[in-house]
Design a protein around this ligand. Structure first.
Ligand code: 3EB
Length: 317
């Protein structure tokens, strides 16, 4: 098993790794101009967060190229891919084409295993009933991915609404498969019932890969139902219960948080939410708070994270 160098949050001035697959900055004009740098339209909450970048270290020299409409970076072990579709007006089509091209990219590049994917686009909950943009996105994504057995190898994912138009998609693929993890407290998203749209959302709750557990965007959904609609702090508790359940259910633990991202509709609410997250997941991991919309109107908050297998230190005599 090759080891994935986990993404790290770096503050301005902190040393960069020698080789880098990608650097992500978050909605801030002041972000350093970096090679392999990508900007996400997600305003960070605090000024220290504004100078934070997410760095994906590479295991060695990086090959950069464009293929199938994606900007690609690979180090021989893992492939980082990135794409912006400026036109997201027909979001079903944009999603279909982006995922169709991603499948072709993964197959052709020798990195057939999708581990983790992030999806960001505007107006996620605009439109009513089956015309809602999130539901149209799910239809397009499902149409591009569906084939026998695909629900047993879905990547972990995040999907968040932005205010900037366009579909932005990035993630990482590998040569070796990860292990799909579902949450016993939640209906698998790919089995959500018809009331949530014509096609179910194609993602897993987490991917376990070597010493890493890549946790998908997790909200206050138990079974398939939103808990405490529109109520922030009760949703935070339900969301953290979901995370706790998944962490204890995923084999190979105990797992500890390595980096966390929290998405809030209203970042002014961050302090109390951050305190609740710290109570459950500890103080050690960097936690980035970003402004974004969860894909159900009644959901206020979502969390994602990278977790690592706890290392047992040898006891010195
Ligand atoms: C949920 O559990 C909340 O459609 O890719 C979280 C992560 C959510 C990913 C996606 C949706 C997605 O249904 C929303």
């Amino acid at each position: 098993m090759t080891v994935l160098s986990l993404p790290r949050m770096l503050r301005a001035g902190q040393a960069m790794p020698d080789h880098v697959l990608a650097c992500l900055s978050f909605g801030n004009a002041a972000a350093p101009q970096l090679a392999a740098g990508y900007a996400l339209p997600l305003p960070p909450w605090a000024s220290d967060a504004a100078s934070t970048i997410e760095v994906w270290p590479a295991s060695g020299p990086v090959h950069r190229y464009e293929s199938h409409g994606y900007a690609c970076a690979d180090d021989g072990q893992h492939l980082f891919f990135w794409r912006i579709d400026a036109s997201s007006a027909d979001i079903e089509r944009a999603a279909h084409d982006a995922y169709r091209d991603l499948r072709a990219l993964c197959a052709d590049s020798g990195y057939p295993q999708l581990l983790r994917i992030w999806n960001y686009f505007d107006g996620v909950t605009d439109g009513d009933g089956d015309d809602e943009r999130y539901r149209r996105f799910c239809v397009g994504r499902h149409r591009a991915l569906a084939e026998p057995g695909f629900e047993r190898r879905l990547p972990a994912a995040t999907l968040i609404g932005t205010r900037k138009p366009g579909l932005q998609l990035y993630g990482v693929a590998s040569r070796n498969a990860g292990i799909q993890v579902e949450n016993p407290r939640q209906t698998s998203a790919f089995r959500y019932p018809r009331e949530y749209g014509p096609s179910s959302p194609s993602f897993s709750r987490a991917t376990r890969y070597g010493d890493a557990l890549l946790l998908s965007g997790t909200a206050a959904i138990v079974g398939h139902q939103t808990q405490h609609p529109h109520q922030l702090m009760p949703q935070v508790d339900a969301m953290l219960d979901n995370v706790r359940t998944l962490l204890s259910h995923a084999e190979g633990g105990p797992w500890h948080a390595q980096s966390l991202k929290l998405y809030l509709r209203d970042p002014a609410e961050a302090p109390q939410v951050v305190a609740a997250v710290r109570d459950v997941l500890g103080n050690a991991a960097p936690l980035l708070v970003l402004q974004g919309e969860v894909c159900r109107r009644d959901l206020c908050v979502e969390i994602e994270g990278v977790f690592e297998r706890a290392v047992t230190l040898p006891v010195s005599a």
